[in-house]
Design a binder for this molecule. Structure first.
Ligand code: SF4
Length: 118
């Protein structure tokens, strides 16, 4: 994966101030993390399934939810998917093998844990 900005070239040429160096490195790391985060989607087991399958109306269509969760069970990026959903507060749909209701509860605990460890 290539960085999106010529960070290291500018730094090695000494063209940037210290604060600009910090900003450039921070941006490069942020871009890299974003690229890695996005990359998990390319390995998702749900690719090729209709989006609607993973967005049942609420938690009421048990058959649809069970079908979507079965796909998640075989997904090798389930953890990444769930982390993404918790971090970005995805309220609708099936993410990381969890329903909307399950994720509301999980997110409350996840936020509490983050506060404790901050
Ligand atoms: S865990 Fe489920 S919703 Fe998430 S990427 Fe995998 S199959 Fe898709």
């Amino acid at each position: 994966m290539q960085p999106k900005r010529p960070v290291f070239t500018e730094i090695s040429l000494g063209k940037a101030s210290a604060s600009h160096h910090t900003w450039l490195v921070t941006q490069a790391l942020s871009d890299l993390i974003q690229d890695v985060r996005i990359d998990w989607k390319s390995q998702a087991a749900c690719r090729g399934y209709p989006d609607e399958l993973f967005f049942p109306v609420g938690d009421t269509d048990e058959e649809q939810i069970a079908t979507a969760l079965a796909v998640c069970d075989s997904c090798k990026v389930r953890e990444e998917c769930l982390s993404y959903a918790l971090e970005s507060n995805q309220r609708a749909g099936i993410w990381g093998g969890t329903t909307e209701k399950e994720r509301r509860s999980l997110r409350r605990r996840w936020l509490a844990e983050r506060k404790r460890s901050a």
